[in-house]
Design a protein around this ligand. Structure first.
Ligand SMILES: [Zn+2]
Length: 225
């Protein structure tokens, strides 16, 4: 089973999350240094923006990065029993979502894909999702109060574009994500979000948490350490 989730960071300052399975560790994105990187079995990269992939941590040459970007994954060991499905978002190669399946658990990881209006998950997958790790970047109230709103976010469907809390809620409801799934909201904007944006999630049947720097979550009771 998925036992623990460690968030090293989840914002434009850097994204990196480690999933701890019984005998394996999978890291999602590497926009921050992970001192225990050698303990990972697999690294999955959503897209190649600096906050999700910082090659300086890896001492990689440019051609190695290109090689990686065509594959989107970097295997260290053969992961038995864990199945990884890449989902091409918006039919744009630069951005990948991942469906990770282990025993009877299904984890969907989806971030930086803009408004999500045209992203639909197959119903047979949606009802099996046990963990949803999904971006919820900005709040409408806060965005319009800001002196310098970032309107390009509002309708963006580009890789690196960001979804609002409401757009993320819409995705969850429209796709009928399993009501027993546990949700981790990712990539909150410091400047364009606040607690009012989270109000709209309070009526969701799913249990949810907001990702923050240096956070450890025990999956069994969906509680932070
Ligand atoms: Zn990002």
């Amino acid at each position: 089973m998925l036992n623990k989730i460690k968030v090293l960071g989840s914002s434009s300052k850097g994204n990196a999350i480690i999933l701890f399975f019984d005998n394996s560790r999978i890291q999602l994105d590497c926009g921050l240094e992970n001192k225990e990187e050698h303990l990972n079995d697999l690294l999955l990269i959503s897209h190649f923006h600096r906050d999700h992939f910082n090659e300086t941590h890896y001492g990689m040459e440019e051609n190695e990065i290109k090689e990686l970007s065509t594959d989107h994954k970097r295997f260290y060991k053969d992961l038995k029993n864990i199945d990884i499905e890449e989902v091409n978002i918006h039919h744009i190669e630069e951005n990948m979502a991942f469906i990770i399946r282990y025993e009877n658990e299904t984890i969907l990881f989806l971030t930086d894909v803009g408004n999500m209006d045209d992203i639909n998950i197959k119903p047979e997958v949606a009802k099996k999702i046990t963990y949803l790790l999904i971006e919820s970047n900005w709040c409408w109230f806060k965005m319009f109060e800001n002196k310098n709103p970032e309107p390009h976010h509002l309708y963006s469907t580009s890789p690196g574009g960001h979804a609002s809390n409401l757009q993320t809620l819409n995705f969850i409801c429209r796709n009928k994500i399993n009501e027993n799934a546990k949700i981790l909201f990712l990539h909150k904007s410091d400047s364009s979000n606040d607690e009012r944006g989270e109000e709209i999630f309070k009526r969701l049947p799913q249990k949810w948490l907001v990702a923050r720097e240096n956070q450890i979550i025990y999956t069994k009771n969906w509680k932070e350490l």
